[in-house]
Design a protein around this ligand. Sequence first.
Ligand code: SF4
Ligand code: SF4
Length: 433
Amino acid sequence: MNFKDLPPIKEQLMKCVRCGKCRSVCPVFAEVKNETAAPRGHVFIVQMLRDDKVEPDHKVYEKLSACLLCENCTVNCPSGIDIHELNAAARAYIYEKNPSLGKELVFDTLWTSPGLLKTSTMLMGGVQKLGLQKLARNIGLTKILPGDLSKAEKMLDSVPSRSARSQLPEVNKAKGEKKYTVGYFLGCGTDLLNPEVALATVNVLTLNGCEVIIPRESKCCGLPHIANGKLETARRLAAHNIKIFNSYEFDYFITDCASCSSALSRKNMEFLFKGLKIEDTAYAFAEKVMDLTVFLVDVLKIEMDGDNLSEKRRVTYHDPCHLANAQGIKSQPRELLQRIPGIELVEMKNANTCCGGSGTYSVTHYDMSMKILDKKMDNAMETGADMIATCCPSCMMQLRYGTQRHKWNCRVIHPVQLINDFYLHKPAKTAGE
Ligand code: SF4
Ligand code: SF4
């Protein structure tokens, strides 16, 4: 679809009243204090692009891509403008005019092919084990990598040697009486970087009466593509995933990744498909998508009985932007944590401010990402927590790096891992018991 015909471009640009509310909540503007880095400035740039008053070139792309797409501006805009969607649409428009071979390779070849993505991630793991990564770093080889990759490669210090997919069967039977059949949307970040989260998810769901099926043919949710100007590829990926998941008889499509659940949500389906033939099918698909935390609290209503331990482990919670801002999900993850015996939830200041990870942002904008991360870590450390819980693999990677950077001995986990730990020590009552 033509950039100027996209619904947010046609319907929303004129709604900006220049009030500046978005500026006051933008983590990037808080660092840069420059109007072109502010959401309001981005809305203005998009307007100029639409009216052909600026060239869709690299310079404009650079300004727009400084944004994390954290959606904090969107949820605070009194005019209801989807500022991040305007930005993403403009990135795609500029990219189309300035295609790059590197991006085609990463986002069209590698990231659309689960097998290739897995091989390259596992290779990175092998390189670490052989000590070659450190050697490459010491002799300065990593400095010649493009963009901020030479700095950001430190974040990938510990790639697991086995993906979740290689450890889990496609069909995982319910333990006890079956209540639901769920399709598990296993995102790339969980699969390749946090396989232990996937194992915990499957165990917790099966123990609570779900048959969990992990369709082998599913692909990336497409969010990294949207952030990097590859809107058409994101559409293709979403259409593929819809077809695959619709070919099963699932009651729900569940994911433990905030980015994936937001990418598969109704809101994002509207952004990708509004006005296209697939629109209604996409909306019907999105109806069944549910974030794991919401499914556990609102549908399965899980309870965990346990001894009232006198010594509690203190856990603080970081809201992933794709859960809190994109989907308004804040209470269920907290509710889950509070239901686990032996866990005390301690809130950090500004829990719902971005950690600076934002998918590929820490790679493309390392220095800014670190400034935002350091603020997040100060707030987290102030709580004196033993653990940071969050529901997004990108945030987990960023926060883990933050704990190393601040030399803080603190475990970063997904709430489902704590539930699984609880079950491992005190088996859950399976359905029908
Ligand atoms: S908050 Fe909304 S209306 Fe106000 S300046 Fe920002 S984009 Fe415009
Ligand atoms: S999405 Fe986040 S980083 Fe981007 S302009 Fe809005 S508040 Fe700022």
